[in-house]
Design a protein around this ligand. Sequence first.
Ligand code: KIV
Ligand code: ZN
Length: 517
Amino acid sequence: MRHIIIFDTTLRDGEQSPGASLNLPEKIQIARQLAQLKVDVIEAGFPITSPGDFEAVQAIAQAVKGPTICALARSVEKDIDRAGEALAKARKPRIHVFCATSEIHRKFKLRKAKSEIVRIAVDSVRHAGKYTRDIEFSPEDASRTEPDFLAEVVEAVIDAGATTVNIPDTVGYAMPEQYAATIRSLRETVSNIGKAVISVHCHNDLGLGVANSLAAVMAGADQVECTINGLGERAGNASLEEIVMAIKTRRDYFQCDTGIATPKLFATSRMVSTLTGMQVQRNKAIVGENAFAHESGIHQDGMLKERRTYEIMLPEDVGVPRSSLVLGKHSGRHALRVRAEDLGFKLTDEQLIVAYDRFKILADKKKVVYDEDVQAILEDEFAQVEETYRLESVQISSGTHSIPTATVRLLNLKGESLQDASTGDGPVDALYKAIERLTGVKARLKDYRIRAVTVGKDAQGEVSVEVEVDGRSILARGVSTDIIQASALAYLKAINSSLSRGRKPVVKGSKARAASL
Ligand code: KIV
Ligand code: ZN
């Protein structure tokens, strides 16, 4: 069977989702998980864009074995050199260079003639050849490029040494039939096309990212670029889990295969969702909470008689936990370690001790501890955000006839305990104002959501916030059996994340009282 190369760009295009930025340990954690998932290529970043991106590509190149590690570069020598340097330690390095080719980009963005674009593309591929033989070239906005010119560029870059030619639908404009025709036409008209792999990279602006990618596979594309949970610029990229499961479920139709370890899809999706703070919609195909839930009586009846009546995939094939009831207060450390591994967390002995302590406290409060609870503990405890401030305690007074007031105690990096209080329009407003007074960080709350992590009255509450600090959006989550505490944890995580990304804490005003512990 034809093998479809899965090129994951969660850490590059996915990380371009507004608010979804990741720090270095988080990127390494995701890259390791992608290697477990057995993706063929990890696009680890765009090294020229920031020292952080450079470091991430470098660290992933060193730490992650298995997949090819790829770095993005514009068709500019200094970008390519930076990508080459970042990949120096990679066992299988790939440089991905791109240059826009469509008329609209040539005319307004690049202000260059077609001949110049061809020269730039060819020179950049040759330059990348100084670092690796594995070179990918993308004519950006390929789907809006004149077909003849697209074929000319593709032929020229293959002659220059490109081993993969990627045909991006950069703005999600293509229609499946049309996009497939583009791939077919390249296969028919480009004389040296057999020397390179044809790749596709589809954005989801019209909701067609997956459909376009699959149409291209049918037309002969051998590599698909995609992201976990469909993260990416604007409406996102084609979703990896949907593409992989479509190919697996309809092998009869596609007559091809991927090497993805599909039982790891669910855990990978959860990990990416938590670390980026981008929630997965409940009815999302493959990894949404409702993807395997049957509500209607007729469906339930059919399922009980024969599950294939209403299920085209097995939940276990995508790693949806067989039973969401996993642990209780009598469960031991080993059970927690095994469950954590199923959920994508490999714990050291020290981490297991910490996690187990938290688990026991929770198990005492709740009768049953679900996978989602375990996941929440692990994510919270091992979240890689540097904690400039840690929540010590929060006290709220609120009611129909009183002014909501919050008193908050935080611990700073020096180990000092700081306390302040504030009133507000509601308890959460009061809480966030008190945190603002204590940290000196001015943050605008753009979104606040609350949901139960599992079922029942004793379920943990998960609060997701989007806050804007210095013009940048940050997403964060907090989980607790107390929703006020979850609200505080989420907000504080966002503040800590803004501080760990270079913003210095403002010296606190006289209202904040420092008391030694
Ligand atoms: O969407 C796009 O065109 C890209 C390229 C850099 C491949 O992300
Ligand atoms: Zn893209």
